[in-house]
Design a protein around this ligand. Structure first.
Ligand code: UDP
Length: 436
């Protein structure tokens, strides 16, 4: 059996008044056509990155709409996740070569997970497989009645051929693929039915829910932040593509001009990301002894509410990535009205159009310059942040993502109709749907 993630319940009706009405109306309309269908989302971890963040909100909303949905996890040991991290990096263009031993580790693990998947023996109409870690499962599974969708969240625009040539033949087994940007569709993708839409944040999750100022300050003081001093924050896995060392260098350039400026670097250490420990140690080494730099992790209890407080009450948030799939953290911060300095890569420019939400930078020097400027011009920073919140409301809240998912499922159900037995009469629709 694969592990099932327990996600609790959510109701789409609660998003009325927060997300645009037209999105909620369209979700309701589409859901009526899909009610009774069964769906699974499969990935490698239940915490620590954007995919798990999204699924935790999306899966209960599917269920609320009458599409019975499970979120399952593949199993893997450290050797497997070392290999999948190399594949992740290679697909994002990192140099290196996948060895025969790496391939053997990856495929042996996939066989094991494929047999666990079959032993679950549920007949899912749709199976979403997220990212490269479980990507070969479609080819290895005998669950051929399902419609298989590969949701790739990373930048695969220029994959290293050593990794791509190995993985791509297995992708033929998919009915459809989803990428965040057109640019990310890799050359020679063997899947014909390709869709493009961006991820979203959940405005009602503990991470994004409005926090009373007094509580937020308390939370920040609790984790060592001095709330009377200015603060700049980056939240992201300890991953070289997120460039935490570049953030430290930009901060150090600004510090002589703003001597009491604090930096919070928040990173989670996830099971499927063994490289995170090395990057964490590097960050610790360059920041040791500086009491104004706070290096915080999930291991010391910095979770959703703490991240919420940091994103809400930082003067500026940085996301200085040098490769990025989307970067949920950008929308999380701008939704809270906090301006963001973002690397001009991947999905970040989608979230920070000219004059909205923040500014884009290409170098450490530019990042430092913009940080100093925004700290010195708080009114402009506030205006940028405010415009960012509206941009997120229109484009990057959970109902919009749900709508894109349902459009895709509806399309796949048109290409290959669902078994009639699975349609539940409208009278039995979940109560939550009635209010939407
Ligand atoms: N995150 C968190 N704590 C951390 C690091 C990250 O809660 O220490 C969350 C962050 O708030 C966001 C997600 O993990 O919701 C990261 O998503 P993003 O798209 O920014 O990056 P990814 O990890 O998927 O590359």
């Amino acid at each position: 059996m694969l592990d099932v993630v327990d996600v609790g319940k959510r109701s789409l009706a609660n998003y009325r008044g927060v997300a645009p009405d037209w999105q909620l109306d369209e979700v309701q309309h589409l859901a009526e056509r899909l009610r009774g269908a069964r769906c699974m989302h499969l990935n490698a971890t239940s915490y620590g990155g954007g995919v798990s963040e999204i699924l935790r909100s999306l899966v209960p909303l599917y269920n609320d709409l009458g599409i019975t949905t499970d979120w399952k996890l593949i199993h893997g040991d450290e050797a497997f996740f070392q290999v999948t991290k190399r594949i992740h990096n290679g697909l994002q263009g990192a140099p290196g070569e996948l060895t025969e031993k790496d391939k053997a580790i990856y495929l042996a693990n996939a066989q094991l997970n494929a047999s666990r998947l079959i032993s679950d023996s549920e007949d899912y109409d749709f199976i979403f497989v997220h990212d490269p870690q479980p990507a070969v499962l479609a080819a290895m599974s005998s669950l051929r009645d399902s419609r298989w969708i590969w949701r790739c969240h990373i930048d695969t625009s220029h994959p290293n051929p050593s990794y791509w040539d190995f993985l791509s033949p297995y992708l033929r087994a998919y009915d459809a693929a989803v990428f965040t940007l057109d640019d990310f569709i890799p050359p020679g993708l063997p899947i014909q039915d390709v869709h493009v839409y961006a991820p979203c944040i959940d405005p009602l999750s503990p991470k994004n829910h409005p926090l009373p100022e007094a509580l937020a300050k308390d939370v920040l003081e609790w984790i060592g932040i001095r709330t009377h001093r200015p603060l700049v924050t980056q939240v992201g896995r300890f991953d070289r593509w997120k460039d935490p060392l570049g953030v430290v260098r930009a901060y150090q350039r600004v510090r002589p001009h703003v001597p009491d400026l604090q930096l919070a670097l928040v990173g989670s250490l996830a099971l499927d990301d063994p490289e995170g420990w090395d990057v964490y140690e590097e960050v610790r080494a360059v920041t040791a002894g500086d009491s104004l730099i706070h290096v915080l992790t999930n291991l010391v209890g910095v979770g959703n509410v703490e991240v919420n407080a940091l994103q809400s009450f930082s003067n500026v948030v940085i996301q200085k990535s040098i490769r990025e799939g989307f970067g949920l953290v950008v929308s999380e911060a701008t939704w809270k009205g906090t301006p963001v300095i973002g690397g001009r890569v991947g999905g970040i420019p989608l979230q920070l159009p000219e004059g909205v939400g923040g500014v884009l930078v290409d170098t450490i020097e530019e990042c430092a310059e913009q940080l100093l400027r925004l700290l010195r011009q708080p009114e402009e920073a506030r205006l940028l942040g405010g415009r960012g919140r509206e941009h997120v409301r229109e484009n990057f809240l959970m109902p919009r993502l749900l709508r894109d998912h349902l459009l895709l499922l509806d399309h796949l159900a048109t290409v290959r109709p669902l078994p009639a037995r699975e349609i539940i009469p409208a009278a039995f629709a979940p109560a939550a749907l009635q209010g939407v």
